[in-house]
Design a binder for this molecule. Structure first.
Ligand SMILES: [Zn+2]
Length: 328
């Protein structure tokens, strides 16, 4: 274990390592970026590196301190999230943390609190935390983890050093899934693409369920014959029933049309996400023209954005599927 095994986010990791090695860590950080890319993991890695009994400015993942931090029961390292059954992080939780940060450290090293997701602090909790940040207790370190920092008070944000996290690259994520989770290469590539660069999402997706869904979706798209607007309407209605499902379908359809296009251009399969169903894809690409696939990629993105803006789902999907049958 150690910083070198952290998945992605090299620049953010280096920034923290350097500050740690030079003894110049700030009192408060804001880790901002998409869900499931490893923000909390890096915050806890930093905590381990501060407390590790085996390594200096890095962590072993094995010693008692590293293990306790991993299990959430190191006396100097706390993770704060809403209590069971609650939707918010309360002012009482923040006061409790402030008290603990002011105690003498058990180990003589830093006392650390990770707030995740920090945006679930209600306003009074945020104001209480602001007071702590204005006069940070000695040897304390706060890490606020958030996907969308808009819900945090600007005064709070401005007292934290912000590290922005991007999505993981698909290839990085696929490598990780293949080597650490023992997935087959093709399965890992498919999951990584479907998870859009989020390890958290990739680990939550049920690979078999996803493949079954895809089988249904391929069937559905290929059954739409040129000019059959009636079938397009029926299909759109079915897909529109569930918001999450329709978004998943669009995500996948975008990747499918991209695959068709890549296949049409390269005639190869190594770059394809859906290459485990190559025969099916070849069959489809035989009667979908290149420009058609290209415009459908853009349209699936547009349709997903429309659904996210709460446009009528049936209308959005009909529009897309009319284009599928209209230009065949
Ligand atoms: Zn250790």
């Amino acid at each position: 274990m150690g910083f070198s095994e952290i998945l992605g986010h090299q620049r953010q990791t280096e920034t923290l390592r350097l500050a740690l090695a030079k003894g110049r860590l700030h009192h408060a950080y804001l880790f901002a970026g998409p869900e499931g890319v490893g923000k909390r993991t890096l915050a806890l890695a930093l905590a381990k590196a501060i407390h590790c009994a085996e390594r200096v400015d890095d962590f072993c993942g094995q010693c008692a301190n590293c293990a306790r931090i991993e299990d959430g029961n190191h006396p100097d390292v706390r993770t704060i999230e809403p209590l069971v059954g609650k939707k918010e992080i309360s002012i009482q939780q923040i006061r409790e943390i402030e008290k603990q940060l002011n105690f003498r450290s058990f180990s003589g090293r830093k006392k650390i609190a990770v707030l995740d997701p920090a945006t679930l602090m209600n306003l009074s909790a945020q104001n209480a935390l602001l007071k702590t940040l204005e006069e940070p207790p000695q040897d304390s370190l706060l890490v606020l983890v958030a996907t969308n920092t808009g819900g945090l008070l600007p005064t709070l944000r401005s007292r934290c050093l912000r590290l922005s996290f991007g999505s993981l690259q698909c290839a990085q994520l696929a490598n990780y899934l293949a080597s650490k989770k023992g997935l087959k290469r093709e399965e890992a590539d498919f999951l990584a693409a479907m998870a859009m660069g989020s390890l958290g999402t990739a680990l939550k997706i049920d690979g078999e369920e996803m493949q079954e869904k895809r089988r249904v979706w391929i069937e559905l798209l290929s059954s739409l014959k040129a000019g059959d607007y009636r079938a397009a309407i029926v299909t759109a209605e079915g897909l529109a029933k569930d918001r999450d499902e329709s978004l998943k379908f669009l995500e996948w359809a975008g990747i499918w049309y991209r695959d068709l296009m890549v296949h049409a251009v390269t005639r190869g399969s190594s770059e394809l996400v859906n290459r485990d169903v190559l025969a099916r894809m070849e069959h489809e690409s035989a009667h979908d023209r290149l420009e058609h696939s290209l415009s459908l990629i853009a349209q699936t993105i547009e349709a997903a954005a429309g659904i996210q803006r709460n446009l009528n789902r049936r209308m959005v999907l009909e529009n897309l599927l009319f284009n599928v049958v209209g230009n065949r």
